[in-house]
Design a binder for this molecule. Structure first.
Ligand code: 5MM
Length: 335
């Protein structure tokens, strides 16, 4: 029988990860402009088709996170994207948050929206074939933030989302993203990530969310992108695992990583270093990158279908390297 625990476990299958292809129109539009492609709805559809029809994608991908517009869309031959993925044994996951808005009175901070009609939306997505949902909260690091008020509000919202998703038999992928961009050092990133994840699990418990049926989507813990001394992979791994041991309950089946704007190579190196010291931890760990997986494919494609096979090879190669990293068998000479 299919349960949220069995779905979570298939998403965390050995050697596989989750492809986050759920960019909203604005984000994917900027990515398309960067490769000189017109950011039209048809180009977004063509691009997603390219990703999902990558030969052997199912060897490395357990689930794909989709945007609302993609779950309703079809490949050129008319097959629904959801059915295409299900046919390959890949779990369709739906992004259900409606993005962020400014947190009034809290300069530099944002809150995520989308709770109001969530129950109905999740029910419809379930009927379309989705079996997991994702919601992303965003925590920027500045001198005076994130504030306790912002962390409390966004974590409560994440917990409410998770409870609603579970009540519709969907696995919530709970993503409290501590943003990489900024001038903060490693200690500050660790302090903030630990605080955010600690509050998150307090709220999840308060809202009676079943921790055995959720997945945490976390940032790697590392100094900000503008901090002069960038954190090496070994230090990222030690600090990230220390954070999880401090904040994440053992009942959780697994944790997946976002790439957060790091290069694909650095994201894979961090995953590799984490995997090397993962022995004996209670959670399965894997990747759920978007930019960290897709950037090479976008650069190879550039909107031209004669580059399609090349772009798919670029995605497959990135996936293969991340799969090796899950066993600690990746090294940068493979690039
Ligand atoms: C693809 O980006 C997802 C949604 O972003 P927008 O709504 O801002 O367009 C995002 O939630 C993504 O799933 C994760 O943050 C991981 O992406 P990265 O690129 O950090 O690996």
């Amino acid at each position: 029988m299919e349960t949220i625990q069995s779905i979570a476990s298939s998403l965390l299958a050995d050697g596989k990860g989750v492809l986050a292809a759920d960019q909203s129109a604005g984000t994917i539009g900027r990515q398309m402009e960067a490769i000189d492609v017109e950011p039209s709805a048809e180009n977004r559809r063509r691009y997603r088709e390219l990703l999902f029809t990558t030969p052997d994608i199912e060897k490395y991908v357990s689930g794909v996170i989709l945007h609302d517009s993609t779950i309703r869309n079809t490949a050129s031959d008319g097959i629904a994207f959801v059915d295409l993925l299900l046919g390959k044994g890949i779990v369709p996951i739906i992004k259900v948050d409606k993005g962020t808005v400014e947190h009034q009175g809290f300069p530099g901070e944002v809150v995520t929206q989308g709770l109001d009609d969530l129950g109905e939306r999740v029910e419809e997505y379930y009927s379309m074939g989705a079996r997991a949902a994702k919601w992303r909260a965003v925590f920027n690091i500045g001198k005076d933030y994130p504030t306790d008020a912002n962390i409390e509000l966004d974590c409560l919202t994440l917990a409410r989302y998770a409870a609603i998703a579970q009540s519709h038999n969907m696995v919530p992928i709970v993503e409290p993203e501590v943003i990489f961009k900024g001038g903060h050092d490693l200690a500050r990133a660790e302090e903030v990530t630990t605080r955010v994840q600690t509050v998150l699990f307090e709220k999840l418990n308060e809202q009676r969310v079943d921790l055995t049926g959720i997945i945490l989507k976390s940032n790697f813990v590392l100094a900000g992108s503008e901090y002069p001394e960038q954190t090496n992979a070994e230090d990222v791994a030690v600090t990230t695992i220390r954070t999880f041991k401090e904040a994440v309950p053992e009942a959780l089946p697994g944790i997946v990583f976002l790439s957060g704007g790091q290069t694909p190579e650095r994201s894979t190196a961090n995953l590799n270093a984490v995997s090397k010291i993962n022995e004996g931890l209670p959670w399965k760990l894997t990747f759920s990158f978007s930019r960290g997986l897709e950037k090479p494919a976008q650069e190879a494609w550039r909107g031209d279908d004669t580059n399609k096979a090349k772009a798919q090879r670029a995605l497959a190669e990135r996936l293969r390297l991340n799969s090796l990293a899950l066993r600690g068998e990746y090294n940068e000479e493979m690039e």
